[in-house]
Write a protein of this length. Structure first.
Length: 632
């Protein structure tokens, strides 16, 4: 009887048996009873590390609480689904990092939308960027620490997480890992040295001995709030028992679902939606969702075929030789980032000869880079707000830019001087594109119009109306006869350039179309959407028929075709880059943690890919490796 009362007391206080169990034993207990005492121990043991990650990335206290709770609910869903967890501490660190970054990105987007719409918080309202968290580390350093930790080999990363983030002593870490204390000491020394070296490559220089203090929010002994630990455990137990509370906000549900899908859930060709766990947490609510799908970055890195070979095969006339099969991309090798912008990189574009790269930023500048050396050539200044679009003219002598100041500027590439300023839009300009002959320039705007301009004279030649919402992207057909615009309400509008009349409207629900690209042969239009599923679609350019859905990204996708049309390269807000094989519909090459992607472009010769993102404030250039040409 006494033993039973002691056990009840331990359970009430969230102190399960087996406190000295190794993480491997703890995982075994979790798989046997996902919501049992082992779960409480996992939250208490690794809560300090998870809380530190959430606080470093999210300044707002409530946001950090949501990310903390979502991380452990993801663990519960993971073990309940009997899906593998390689190492508990490392797994939780990666989930917490991605969930917190996704939430940070969503907060930034909402703030940016409010800013662009001219909305201001009511007097006395609380900013999401505050919330009582003191900025203990520099904003850029926060993300860099966890990013570089996640890239260390597991044997070093786990020890750093235990000793420098969980606050465990070397002897405690040895017991948890089931290794000798001397092994822990050696890995800790080596891991800190590797981390310092990686941070130095990112421009962060700090003595190795200070990393243990610098990583944790308040030193290595920091722990999660007791009330938060308790509410998280009780929430999971209520959810496991089927006692759910009020529904969770769609924002948090989408955040948790998207992160878990992108990283860790089982891969399969058909999408299976798993029931949301919705539970009350004191004054708030949280939930976790799991969905089994094929996504980038996993063991099965590609989605299944999306249409038959017969539907994709091109008909050939009698006596014509069989067309040569385009050579697909085999791999991408990233170079050192091009750094110099002081805010998010919003757009990138290669010059027609592939030797110069232009990047636009929220810092109101455009930079021109030498692709071969990675050095900055010129900085173009003159915009009075964020620059979100950039494009080269076909002759490579002019570059166009546009942004929040509602203007399009034309720059002389050789001198860096602004040659013309085009005004006429009544809302911020979101996109620009030159026609294939360079005699027309298209601009899309939040004012729901596309304007056509004569770059030589600077005069507007047409205003194309008919889009039901703000225009977010524009693209010319390869023959220059048609211009397409995507934007709000899931709409793609097509116009005849010569007549200015609308020719076709394609609508895909309410989710905004954020990027568009014609295939090199002009037969297909690819669209990137601002949602967690079906973020990429292919449309028949002549009819508007949807011919493929490329399933894998869990957030807004931006895209660019390779010159042959064999591959579609995409980046996304889910921090992945994927190279899709258009013939099979599979993501054959993929990378994670490439920053929250905002733009991507492929050089005209197909040898390079450039990407821009939200957090790193840098441009990344990737060298493309193609598969061996088919043998004759």
């Amino acid at each position: 009887m006494i033993r039973k009362h002691i056990q009840n007391l331990r359970t009430a206080l969230l102190i399960p048996d087996g406190v000295e169990a190794t993480d491997e034993q703890l995982l075994a207990d979790l798989f046997r009873d996902p919501a049992g005492p082992a779960f409480a121990l996992a939250v208490r043991r690794h809560g300090g590390m998870v809380w530190g990650v959430c606080r470093r990335i999210l300044r707002n206290y409530h946001d950090a609480e949501q990310a903390f709770q979502a991380t452990f609910l993801a663990l519960f869903e993971r073990v309940r689904a009997r899906a593998a967890v390689a190492q508990l501490g490392g797994w939780l660190h990666e989930v917490a990092r991605c969930i917190a970054k996704n939430l940070s990105r969503e907060v930034w987007r909402r703030t940016e939308r409010d800013r662009r719409a001219g909305e201001h918080a009511a007097p006395g309202s609380t900013s999401r960027s505050g919330g009582g968290l003191e900025p203990l580390l520099d904003t850029e350093l926060r993300g860099l620490l966890d990013d570089e930790l996640s890239r260390l080999p597991d044997r070093y990363r786990v020890v750093l997480l235990l000793c420098d983030l969980d606050g465990a002593t070397r002897s405690e870490a040895a017991r948890r890992l089931g290794v000798r204390e001397g092994t822990v000491a050696g890995r800790l020394t080596r891991g800190r040295a590797l981390l310092a070296k990686r941070l130095a490559r990112r421009g962060v220089t700090a003595p190795t001995v200070t990393l243990a203090v610098g990583i944790a929010p308040q030193g290595a002994s920091a722990s999660a709030p007791t009330s938060l630990v308790g509410s998280t455990v009780r929430a999971v137990r209520r959810g496991a028992a089927g006692r759910t509370a009020d529904a969770i906000s769609s924002e948090v549900a989408a955040l948790t679902e998207g992160t878990v899908k992108a990283m860790f859930l089982s891969k399969c060709r058909s999408v299976a939606v798993v029931v949301l766990v919705v539970v009350g947490l004191g004054g708030g609510v949280i939930g976790a969702a799991a969905s089994a799908t094929t996504g980038p970055g996993g063991a099965d890195r590609g989605a299944g075929p999306v249409r038959s070979a017969a539907a994709r095969r091109q008909a050939k006339g009698p006596g014509e030789p069989a067309p040569r099969r385009p050579v697909p991309v085999r791999d991408l090798k990233v170079r050192d980032p091009l750094e110099g912008h002081t805010d998010s990189v919003t757009a990138v574009a290669f010059s027609p000869d592939g030797k110069t790269l232009a990047s636009a930023s929220r810092d109101a500048t455009i930079k021109l880079w030498d692709v071969a050396t990675g050095k900055e050539r010129t900085a173009l200044t003159g915009h009075t707000g964020s620059v979100v679009a950039v494009a080269f003219a076909p002759d490579g002598k002019t570059v166009a830019s546009a942004g929040a100041d509602k203007e399009i500027r034309l720059w002389d590439v050789a001198t860096g001087k602004c040659t013309r300023t085009l005004s006429g839009h009544t809302e911020p300009v979101t996109s620009v594109a030159f026609g294939p002959n360079g005699k027309a320039l298209a601009s899309g705007s939040d004012d729901r119009t596309v304007r056509l301009w004569d770059p030589a004279s600077g005069k507007a030649t047409a205003t194309l109306e008919g889009h039901p919402a703000g225009v977010e992207c524009v693209a010319f057909a390869p023959d220059g006869k048609t211009v397409a615009a995507g934007g709000g309400k899931g709409t793609i509008q097509f116009w005849n350039v010569a007549t200015g009349k609308g020719t076709m409207t394609v609508t895909d629900g309410e989710c905004s179309v954020r990027s568009l690209a014609y295939s090199p042969d002009g037969k297909t239009v690819a669209s990137g959407h601002a949602r967690g599923t079906d973020a990429l679609k292919l449309w028949e350019a002549a009819t508007g028929k949807n011919v493929a859905v490329l399933d894998g990204h869990t957030s807004t996708a931006f895209l660019s075709y390779t010159p042959s049309g064999a591959n579609l390269i995409t980046v996304s807000g889910d921090m992945t880059l994927v190279c899709w094989n258009v013939a099979t519909g599979r993501g054959d090459v993929s990378f994670r943690d490439v920053d929250s992607g905002t733009s991507v472009t492929v050089s005209p010769d197909g040898k390079h890919v450039a990407t821009g993102g939200t957090f790193d404030k840098a441009v990344k250039v990737w060298d493309v490796e193609y598969a061996d040409p088919p043998k004759k």
